[in-house]
Design a binder for this molecule. Structure first.
Ligand code: CA
Length: 231
């Protein structure tokens, strides 16, 4: 366990300029930072050092970043993994999220925005102790510790933000929660400062949870307001 206020961030990235910039900025923010330049070194550092969050480049000299992501995820179902990618293709982002990443930033990225997202992740995590570990939505059981939803033998992984959206909707079950509130409480940003929409995450959650995405029964749109969860 890292001491409070000194979260550990592991950077797995081989581009020296990016490593230097990130290391300086994150250290200045009060994080403890380690950096490794290959997938093998990154995995070994993750095992030895138990970081609180991983920033992972997809294009590493020795290994495919997706494989590193899967290996990190297999070790620890909950550690937030943010992919750093020069690939702007939607398919690569989807593949990264499928490999167990929680989020991605596309190079060149704003360090300030990345830090804001990291801080929001840690803020939400510190609230997690207060929330239930498992809860039901229709036929699914959500496990907040394992980041999974299960139904019989079927199990799907939720990314960090998918889970956080679901938890916030669940805290306010049967009430409408506005997009602005979701952005503010989950991402810690105002609607104007981000290009990612809450709607995209709702689509992903419906894909995982709903029998019929066109006629959702659990994650409902409240026109003009936002969304509400009907467990
Ligand atoms: Ca690289």
């Amino acid at each position: 366990m890292a001491s409070e206020g000194s979260k550990r961030i592991l950077i797995v990235e081989d581009e020296p300029d990016i490593v230097r910039g990130l290391k300086d900025a994150l250290t200045f923010e009060g994080f403890t930072v380690e950096a490794r330049g290959t997938g093998a070194e990154g995995l070994s550092a993750a095992a030895d050092w138990q970081p609180d969050l991983v920033l992972l480049d997809l294009m590493l000299p020795d290994d495919n970043g997706y494989r590193v992501c899967e290996a990190l995820r297999a070790r620890d179902p909950a550690v937030p993994i943010i992919i750093l990618t020069a690939k702007a293709q939607e398919a690569d982002k989807v593949r990264g999220l499928d490999a167990g990443a929680d989020d991605y930033v596309t190079k060149p990225f704003s360090v300030a925005e990345l830090i804001a997202r990291i801080n929001a992740i840690f803020r939400r995590q510190s609230r997690m102790a207060a929330s239930d570990e498992t809860f039901a939505i229709g036929p699914w059981t959500v496990n907040a510790r394992k980041h999974t939803i299960t139904r019989g033998r079927q199990s799907k992984r939720l990314t960090f933000y998918e889970l956080e959206v679901l938890k916030l909707l669940r805290e306010r079950a049967d009430e409408a929660v506005s997009r602005e509130e979701l952005l503010d409480k989950v991402w810690g940003v105002s609607a104007a400062s981000t290009n990612r929409t809450v709607d995209n995450f709702i689509v992903k959650l419906r894909r995982k949870l709903e029998e019929d995405q066109k006629n959702p029964r659990h994650i409902l749109t409240v026109y003009g307001l936002g969304y509400k969860l009907v467990p």
